[in-house]
Design a protein around this ligand. Sequence first.
Ligand code: ADP
Ligand code: MG
Length: 356
Amino acid sequence: MARIGLHNVRHSYVPNPKADEDWALKHMDVEWQDGGAYALLGPSGCGKTTLLNIISGLLSPSEGTVTFDGTDVTSTPPDHRNIAQVFQFPVVYDTMTVYDNLAFPLRNRGVKEGAVDARVREIATMLDLTSTLEQRASGLTADGKQKISLGRGLVRSDVNVIMFDEPLTVIDPHLKWVLRSKLKELHQRVGATMIYVTHDQTEALTFADQVVVMHEGAVVQVGTPVDLFERPQHTFVGHFIGSPGMNVLPGHIDGSKIMLGSSTVGKVPKKLEIPEHSEKLEIGVRPEFVSFSSRGVPVRVTKVSDAGRFQIVETEHENNTIRLLVPEGKPVPSENAKLAFDPKYTQVYVDGWAVS
Ligand code: ADP
Ligand code: MG
């Protein structure tokens, strides 16, 4: 296992990158701690696969260095990096049996047959592949083949890191849930550093201790699921995580007050620092931290939807939509509605970044 560092890494697929959008990775300075369970979360095209391929060495970054335990490996080829990578689509040897597929990474490194057998059987049990061990891989369904790929990723116990690139895309929903829990369990058992790439927040939040959120080629926040929920450092994190996502509202500062249009929504915190030349000030508050109140922001209720234990209430204030969650059975005022924002979870954002 190893601590993995990316230092001032940038990557572009075009020969002479100039504009911001020429960079698939704009700027990366991230450390992955030894033994951590990480999720790399972000929408399609934000640079997740590019980042994994730079860690594994399939791709050499345009700028910056990659280190394993402090040693520079930027120019070390993939097969010398001691990494297991599981791709989005199955990579299996069709003509080999399931057993031989699973054994391959171990035999390749000269592991003795007795040890190979024990480990193959252990992994097969975990992934429910035992009954298929003697079959040829070609006869398996897409699900089955992807389980072999996962197994091949997990079979070695001496790798620096195991990386999964949206590995459950081709797996059916029920099995997805089962495999995700197994990966989590396996992480706890073997303590390997794992990086699990996904665009699905539920997958990320259930698997990871630390979630690395990416947006347009940059990491916008690294934190625990609770950090991302309670303290989004960027409006993108607020939007992307949570359902519905955080309310992001245009705001301004008036003396000691944070204003939303003509209404006060909070007091300016002492440590608020608004950078010079900033362009846009926004107020972020999650629907969970907004409530009806006798005093506050006057709104008109426009929609109420039932979401099980909660009602999602949509309101309007001077052309802004503000959503809040109201517990099931609790009344929603039909007129003179006013909203209060919990000050502990109301943040000011300048040009997208939290400043309070
Ligand atoms: P993700 O895995 O998050 O979906 P990728 O790392 O695959 O994102 O892609 C990031 C950006 O780099 C996208 O704009 C994508 O079009 C571009 N890109 C990815 N691979 C290549 C490539 N081989 N050649 C050129 N552009 C690429
Ligand atoms: Mg990808």
